[in-house]
Design a protein. Sequence first.
Length: 161
Amino acid sequence: MSTANKNLSEHKTDQLPDISAKKFAIVTSEWNEEVTRVLYQGAYDTLVKHGAVEANIISKWVPGSFELCLGAQWLASDASVDAVIAIGCIIQGETPHFDYICQAVAQGLKDVNLQFNKPVIFGVLTTGNLAQAQDRAGGKHGNKGDEAAYTAIKMLGFWQK
């Protein structure tokens, strides 16, 4: 479903797993910080709202979205971390740089997900312009950070009986 038809902050919250003993790591890109800070806050607040203990949320910042992959790998390698949420914002410019970075970040985070056999959530906006990013960072389409945290919670409940 396209974002135009869905608010990124609205989710079914019945039957969410107990996450009070789970440890989360949020790795956030400093690039486009006016957007990523809002996404980060949405993820953090959603985790706490649904039962995560603040002391069990690790927050780390990396220079750009490309560095999210290594940051996520380092955090996922910690056996005490149950899920990693990667937050970034890549805005299309005039060169093909956008395409290369988007592909590398998506592939890199997918690889970390599978390498460590734990949820590594893609909370990265890939937009055509700043206005589209702002619409998805607390604007008219909700907050992709909320969605990323919700996805992490749901994935942790996937194997729980």
